[in-house]
Design a binder for this molecule. Structure first.
Ligand SMILES: Nc1ncnc2c1ncn2[C@@H]1O[C@H](COP(=O)(O)OP(=O)(O)OP(=O)(O)O)[C@@H](O)[C@H]1O
Length: 234
């Protein structure tokens, strides 16, 4: 079981207004121990959800405090953290760097499987297992949004991370594809941390954090978290 700790975390960025530089606080006073297998993060636009998620694999560094993933500090050893934490972006086109699904999965496998022919066969098998085999050599740009997001998930899983962090992974998807992603998430063995505006998806999680204006406004069971969030929205 994975263990993620945020200890006294603040995130601030400089904002420039003419010659003046001010400080904008994106997150403040975040103390969390994340050990549950399925954790959701909900909150209004601009509340700080992506900032929180990006801290977890060292994509951004805390201004104050520390983030530890299975005891590894995200600033001191970001590379080791990123080997453990797979990150799924909202837009799969921000994630998929190769022309076709099979090439992207092969890229993820290159450290684990040295021989090209073996790597290609393994990549194909991973796609096939998700029902994506027939799309293996199709251009990424010819796939639907849902297919791309499933390819992204396969690409991230190919690295065998202990933790999956997904930033609004269903936002661009229609109902059918949202259900496909939801089912894919339900099957994962990894620890899963997902930010979402999809409150049905949020209800799937054991623990849900509500972020409001850069603070954790609620932390607890999903149904209570959703109620809390609805209360903030009125
Ligand atoms: N590098 C940056 N410089 C200045 N402001 C930033 C920076 N990164 C994020 N912000 C601001 O911080 C706030 C929180 O952003 P964040 O992306 O974490 O919100 P979010 O809850 O994920 O929003 P959404 O639901 O719209 O994706 C927003 O007001 C955003 O504009």
């Amino acid at each position: 079981m994975s263990d993620i700790r945020l200890v006294g975390v603040d995130v601030e960025v400089p904002v420039f207004a003419g010659r003046d530089v001010a400080t904008k606080t994106l997150l403040s006073g975040v103390d969390l121990v994340l050990t549950e297998q399925r954790i959701g993060v909900i909150g209004a636009n601009g509340s700080g959800k992506s900032t929180l998620l990006r801290l977890l694999n060292g994509l951004i560094a805390p201004t104050r405090g520390r983030v530890l993933v299975n005891g590894v500090d995200t600033v001191a050893d970001g590379k080791r953290v990123r080997q453990q934490v797979g990150f799924i972006f909202t837009d799969p086109l921000a994630q998929l760097v190769m022309s076709t699904p099979i090439e992207d999965i092969e890229l993820s496998l290159r450290r684990r499987i040295r021989r090209r022919s073996e790597r290609e066969a393994a990549a194909y098998a991973l796609l096939e297992a998700r029902g994506l085999g027939k799309l293996a050599r199709q251009s990424i740009y010819d796939l639907s949004g849902g297919e791309r997001q499933l390819v992204s998930l396969t690409t991230v899983l190919a690295v065998e991370p202990a933790i999956i962090v997904a930033d609004e992974p269903t936002t661009l998807l229609d109902l059918r594809n949202r259900e496909l992603m939801r089912a894919a998430f339900a099957d994962l063995e990894q620890q899963l941390i997902v930010s979402t505006h999809d409150l049905d998806l949020a209800l799937d999680f054991e623990r849900v954090l509500v972020v409001d204006a850069g603070r954790i406004a609620f932390d607890g069971p999903a149904s209570t978290a959703v109620e809390h969030y609805r209360g903030l929205m009125v």
